[in-house]
Design a protein around this ligand. Structure first.
Ligand SMILES: [Fe+2]
Length: 616
């Protein structure tokens, strides 16, 4: 646990965004991921939930008016972004303001009321799930941002929520997520033994729990059904989950008259077509989608967070599918930005329906595959229309900042330093930003480079090569080789520059001390700059969408989706976004809630960045 300060004395700007290249963060994340992976392999916690799986009734079947609901995902990172999004989403209503490059086809509603249902797409706290991270980065931000946090006195009128976990929620084997978002009450008469922290029916966000599992199926008004899946850390649903959804379709609870929204923990369609499932042995979610199509059900939208931007790709109705359907990635709820100019986003996605006659049993024959297709693959549907937020030019423009990201803090401490009253406070903020920042990666890499020169050992150089190779493997083996070679060239270059440098000559202690300091500074600066330039170049040509862009820890371009199902059964989506978020907050002088207001020239300018409609 970090030395977090909780409560009202800790405004959003002091809750610094996670610096992903900080060696301590990397170590912790890898350790937690390996540990959970090990547990899942031996005993999958998803199979420990109640096997009783029902179609949740969120509201009435038919409504003669609008049903509004909200979706947000990837929330609890830096306080500035998370608080800004949480405050906007919890306003009683929003008045429309439309982005200048958006062309309106239909008149907009006069007001956009907050949703009657809150759907959360996971990755709710970073860097990994724990009670402290949820509390510090999500719950306190959400409660403090509310205009009416007095939730306990209005228990009966709380809006419901439906939630799925993503990989970061799984870092504690979904322990905190289960406690906070799943109604695990075994029997009513055991409620008396629950503590206040484990509210049996209310989430820490003040919403009502509806689900008994980490996945859900729910009926919305006017023939819309939303299914939320849990992939844990294995990229697929488990056997019990498959059986649970299968039974809903087989029993006729969901029919071809329903329009389906599939909420996934990851936008699997940004990967290669088929998602690396082997021939003859499809993934379970691919088989489930095949079953849905076989029964004549209409999958209108595949929705996911995980990637921290907004991207919508649409396939138009054709002879085989008499309806439009969409792939939507929407992970802009608070976490650091992912770029929209990279290949994983821009390459056209396609659908392929494969009947594998060599599969051993009939149930393994059919699968639905959506993803990035190579030209020789047999596809039936293409997702051509694309909309992004941020726009590609804005995404690419951030690469200049990315070059120096290994020397910058994700904490934005300028104003925090000026607000310090004593030197001790000043030093504490500055030192904290250094120790918790990405600059520690430059320190680590610089130290390894120095060790490569000062010792006879090959190990430091080899470690550097392997580090770059591992980081650059995100896109392909080819990018991994290029990254590894670049790391090797860095080591050779430093060896060439410093092996016979005159600075290292002389035996006096002070001369040696100065020489070593200068050598370290050279290695440190070169390491940080080299990595920043290398990553920015990779990103510029469209590769390493996460690893090359995450050092920036960019807090802007946040978004969420407000949905409306109208009386005719059409689904409207309104994507609200802000390019920037405030970076300094003071106590609210006018009201108890929200707890803080911004005092910064950077403002949140919320606008509708995309509008879409899926007709019934
Ligand atoms: Fe995420």
């Amino acid at each position: 646990m970090s030395n977090y300060i909780f409560g009202k004395k800790q405004p959003p700007h002091k809750r610094w965004a996670v610096a992903w290249y900080n060696p301590f963060v990397l170590y912790r994340s890898i350790k937690e991921m390996l540990s959970t992976n090990d547990q899942i392999r031996n005993l999958d916690r998803r199979e420990m939930y109640s096997p009783e799986f029902t179609l949740i009734q969120v509201a009435e079947d038919t409504r003669d008016g609008d049903f509004w609901w909200d979706f947000v995902s990837d929330t609890g990172d830096g306080g500035n972004a998370t608080f800004t999004v949480a405050r906007e989403m919890q306003k009683a209503f929003l008045t429309p303001k439309v982005c200048s490059d958006l062309k309106l086809k239909d008149p907009l509603p006069e007001r956009f009321p907050t949703g009657e249902l809150l759907v959360l797409g996971g990755d709710l706290a970073y860097p990994g799930a724990s009670v402290e991270e949820y509390q510090y980065r999500l719950t306190e931000m959400w409660v403090a941002a509310s205009s009416n946090p007095d939730m306990q006195s209005h228990r009966d009128t709380l809006k419901p929520s439906l939630v799925i976990p993503q990989n970061h929620d799984w870092f504690d084997n979904i322990s905190t997520f289960t406690r906070y978002f799943i109604d695990t009450r075994p029997k009513q008469n055991e409620l008396a033994f629950m503590s206040a922290e484990t509210e049996p029916d209310i989430t820490p966000l003040g919403t009502r729990k509806l689900q008994k599992q980490s996945y859900f199926a729910a009926r919305l008004p006017n023939r819309w059904v939303i299914l939320g899946f849990d992939f844990a850390l294995v990229g697929d649903i488990d056997r019990q989950q498959f059986a649970a959804f299968f039974a809903l379709f087989n029993s006729g609870k969901i029919t071809p008259e329903d329009n389906l929204i599939l909420l996934y923990p990851e936008p699997y369609w940004t990967r290669h077509l088929g998602d690396d499932a082997r021939d003859g042995y499809p993934k379970r979610y691919q088989r489930l989608e095949a079953l849905m199509l076989k029964l004549g059900c209409r999958i209108r939208m595949r929705l996911a967070g995980d990637i921290h931007h907004y991207a919508r790709e649409t396939a138009k109705a054709d002879h085989q599918f008499q309806y439009d359907d969409m792939l939507i990635t929407s992970g802009g709820g608070g976490a650091f930005l992912h770029p929209t100019h990279t290949k994983n986003v821009n390459t056209v996605k396609a659908m392929s329906l494969v009947d594998e006659d060599q599969a051993m049993t009939a149930d393994l024959r059919e699968r639905v595959r959506i993803g990035i297709a190579t030209s020789d693959e047999n596809t039936v549907r293409r997702y051509q229309d694309k909309t992004f937020y941020p726009r590609k030019r804005d995404s690419r423009a951030l690469l200049l900042e990315n070059v120096v990201s290994f020397f910058r803090s994700t904490a934005h401490i300028g104003k925090q330093l000026r607000a310090c009253n004593t030197r001790a406070e000043h030093a504490k903020v500055f030192w904290g930003a250094v120790v918790q920042g990405n600059v520690m990666f430059s320190v680590l890499l610089g130290s390894l480079l120095m060790a490569a020169i000062m010792t006879e050992s090959l190990w430091p150089g080899l470690i550097i090569v392997l580090m770059f190779l591992g980081i650059c493997k995100e896109s392909s083996n080819a990018t991994a080789v290029i990254g590894g070679l670049a790391g090797g060239l860095l080591v050779i270059f430093v060896e060439y520059c410093l092996t016979n440098a005159p600075l290292l000559e002389g035996s006096e202690w002070w001369r040696i001390g100065i020489s070593k300091t200068l050598v370290f500074l050279f290695c440190f600066i070169l390491a940080g700059l080299f990595t920043g330039v290398l990553f920015s170049l990779f990103s510029l040509v469209g590769y390493l969408p996460n690893n090359a862009f995450s050092p920036l820890g960019y807090e802007g371009f946040k978004s969420f989706i407000r949905f409306r199902i109208d009386a005719e059964g059409n689904l409207h989506g309104y994507v609200w976004g802000t390019d920037d978020v405030p970076r300094y907050w003071i106590e609210n002088p006018d009201a108890h809630q929200p707890v803080w207001i911004e005092k910064d020239k950077r403002k949140a300018e919320w606008q509708i960045k995309d509008i879409f409609i899926l007709r019934k």
